[in-house]
Ligand binder design. Sequence first.
Ligand code: ZN
Length: 181
Amino acid sequence: MNKKQIDMLFEKLALNYPKENFSEDLIKEWSSVLSEYDYDDVNRNLDNLLSDKVFLYVPPKLMTMVSGLTKKYKKVDFNKLIHFCKFCKRPFNNINECHSHEDRCSAINYIESKSKKYNWDFTSQKKAMLYQMTDSDFDKFYNTFLKSVQTITISDTEKKMIENIFNPPKIREAKEFLKGT
Ligand SMILES: [Zn+2]
């Protein structure tokens, strides 16, 4: 199976075991084994396991998930594959670099589309500059930008969405709770 199919299996596991922490290391370790098997085979096995009450609270182990199945593919080293940014399709050798670029890329896409919407200055030079900024400079810029959108937008949903970024509901509830005590 490929990386996307492995992600789908982990999404299924995460949905069924919301309290379980599937670390990057574990995902990497499991991926190298799972890549040798057929997605449909493992997925079918997993569905059976999930309906078993033994696995009501504890996720099945990797070896249980692939038990009885035949390996169908050669081992794939996902660290050696080329990864493409899902927004601009830029290639990366390293998956972590690709992910952090994608975060930046999606934020810049947002800035570009909102700038167009509100007729704010957005040139290709500015865009290039946004890609070159350090993380902390970019975060500052992005926060200021979000605040401007929050002020100007007439959509209550958008206002609320931005408010949730600055002030996540859980923290807000905790503050309210502390105020009450
Ligand atoms: Zn990109």
